[in-house]
Design a protein around this ligand. Structure first.
Ligand SMILES: [Ca+2]
Ligand SMILES: [Ca+2]
Ligand SMILES: [Ca+2]
Length: 592
């Protein structure tokens, strides 16, 4: 038996130190290190069956997690066995260093199991101090950049892939803005199931209101409005309706919780407002306006950070002028920072001709939506309008939440298309852009206009929508994210020129060095096609490479700038080259 063990684990060195304890070097593969083996090796005096306390200790160490393993890269000429003899003798009299395996022959990188007991930084510093060691790091698990949620029905949610949501989810899955403001979408609808297990956590809660005490604690005119308000019955208790429950699932079904569907926002706060008549719609909008103005005025201490309203309703064929009071609500909400998104009629007609409330209303803070199918064409029986209807969004046979803690795969119509857009606005507010988030409280109307532009200037062009919508396209939240990324890193003059997305992420060949001439530091601003990696090199006029090949991978919402220290370069002219698969751009600068 012992021979079998020794064929799997090889003791290379054992020596006795001053304390009388043994220190050994062991070569082994991790799967061979079981308790009996280690005890037999470490305590040979006790025989193979001896169980000593020190052995127990070693065993515990060896069975520890993979995070307790050390990755060390040595100079090419270093012999690892000799190195281990040295460190065990010199530094750790009682130390057991186990060489688990070679990770890279070419780079001389090895995996070790050191004895724990001293602090991790101390162990790391010790190894980093050794001249043979090029680098040392504790092992760590990698994070999978998989942005596909684990919700059971996600396979049926064709609409999410279509609007580019998974690529945005790599950056954010919603919830809060850069400075931690809790993002709220107000949903005006007939009724809601607040108890649905895939929605419950994502409902807004009015923290300033004490429930069931019969008092209007926050003095907004509504008693006990803890989750919003039911304007239909003038009550804090909501009617339960499938329509509103399905709309909410598109905006914000809890994502990646293993059940049901994922909303465009995996995390969000939805404010339900039950409405049925025009008077209730107006009162509900006023509720939203009051809450958002309170938030702006109190710098987030009161009210709610409502960034969008969702209106999957209207009155077919009625021009906006027929209900001017309703139509007048969108501008003041916009001034407070709230974009409103409205579904147009489920009728095969031209809203430019027949009119519609609200989708023929004129407000720069109102976004109007028609319904597109899996073929990206306008779905049969959905209204259109080259002057009135802004864009299309998926709305045919979408999967979402339904009544009785259930789901449906048949939610169709402009009612389904609309929450894709309101949900997208909320998701965009959660992107890591300090600039836009600051604007949201200091210049809320400008922030709202910025978000509207992000959505409407970045639709996916669809030929059949060219004459049927203002933008000629279908919602694309990933393209909208790219627009905001570029906006966040662009200079003021680039923002004024308005072509910042093209400049930083499009086919424009930006490579800019500043200052030029320079004497110490050189900043290189570069463009990338769709965040694709590229290489940057700098040559002198003799063609000698001054700056070694750098592999650059632009990350969303990080500056596309490289800083070089050219302080000790000779004076003269240099060339910066930028390469990717399809481009090679050169730019010259002078070093004084
Ligand atoms: Ca109240
Ligand atoms: Ca109360
Ligand atoms: Ca879910």
């Amino acid at each position: 038996m012992k021979q079998v063990i020794l064929s799997l684990i090889v003791i290379t060195h054992c020596f006795t130190v001053a304390s009388g304890q043994s220190s050994c070097l062991i070569y082994a593969s991790p799967d061979k290190l079981d308790e009996a083996n280690i005890e037999g090796i470490i305590n040979p005096a006790k025989g193979n069956n001896g169980v000593g306390s020190s052995a127990r200790q070693y065993f515990t160490t060896i069975k520890g997690s993979k995070e307790d393993l050390l990755i060390i890269q040595f100079e090419q000429t270093i012999d690892v066995a000799q190195f281990m003899v040295k460190v065990n003798r010199l530094a750790f009299p009682n130390y057991l260093l186990i060489h688990l395996r070679q990770l890279s022959k070419h780079q001389n990188i090895h995996l070790f199991k050191p004895k724990i007991g001293m602090d991790r930084q101390g162990i790391l510093n010790f190894f980093l101090d050794q001249p043979e060691v090029l680098s040392a790091s504790w092992n760590a698990p990698v994070q999978f950049r998989d942005s596909i949620p684990n919700d059971e029905l996600y396979d049926t949610q064709w609409n999410m892939e279509r609007i580019g949501a998974p690529k945005v989810w790599e950056v954010t899955t919603g919830g809060t803005s850069f400075h931690g403001h809790e993002i709220v979408v107000a949903v005006l609808d007939k009724g809601f199931d607040l108890t649905h297990p895939d929605l419950f956590a994502n409902y807004w809660r009015n923290e300033a209101e004490i429930p069931n005490d019969g008092i209007d604690n926050d003095d907004n005119g509504y008693v006990d409005d803890v989750y919003g308000w039911n304007f239909r019955q003038n009550s804090p208790i909501f009617p339960v309706e499938r329509h509103g429950t399905s709309v909410n699932g598109i905006i914000g079904a809890v994502g990646n919780n293993g059940i049901g569907t994922a909303g465009i926002n995996w995390n969000i706060k939805m404010m339900p407002l039950a409405i049925e008549y025009v008077d209730e719609v107006i009162a509900a909008f006023d509720y939203v306006l009051e809450m958002r103005e309170r938030y702006n005025q109190s710098n987030g201490a009161e009210g709610a950070f409502v960034v969008a309203t969702n209106g999957s309703f209207g009155i077919d064929g009625a021009p906006c002028e027929e209900y001017p009071q309703w139509g007048s609500m969108y501008d003041p909400m916009g001034q407070a920072g709230v974009l409103s998104v409205a579904a147009t009629a489920n009728q095969d007609w031209d809203v430019d001709q027949v009119g519609d409330i609200p989708t023929s209303c004129e407000s720069e803070f109102l976004i109007t939506v028609t319904n597109t199918g899996q073929d990206d064409n306008r779905a049969d029986g959905s209204a259109f309008g080259k002057e009135t209807i802004d864009l299309g969004a998926p709305g045919e046979s979408t999967s979402t939440t339904s009544l009785a803690a259930g789901y449906r795969e048949d939610f169709s119509g402009t009612s389904s298309a609309c929450p894709h857009v309101s949900g997208a606005i909320a998701l965009l507010y959660s992107l890591p852009c300090a600039l836009i988030d600051s604007m949201a409280l200091t210049s809320p109307a400008a922030a709202a206009a910025m978000m509207r532009d992000a959505v409407l200037k970045n639709t996916a062009p669809i030929a059949s929508l060219a004459d049927e919508t203002v933008t000629g396209g279908r919602l694309d939240v990933y393209e909208a994210m790219k627009y905001l990324h570029a906006y966040c890193i662009a200079s003021e003059s680039e923002i004024k020129e308005g072509n910042f997305k093209e400049l930083y992420l499009g086919t424009k060949d930006l490579i800019r060095v500043r200052p030029n001439p320079t004497s110490d530091f050189l900043y290189i601003d570069y463009s990338s096609l769709d965040f694709r990696p590229l290489r940057i090199r700098v040559y002198n006029m003799l063609g000698q490479k001054m700056f070694s090949d750098r592999h650059v991978e632009p990350m969303p919402f990080e500056e596309q700038t490289i800083r070089l220290n050219v302080n000790d370069w000779p004076s003269g002219v240099y060339a910066v080259n930028l390469f990717d698969l399809s481009r090679k751009i050169t730019f010259k600068f002078r070093k004084d």
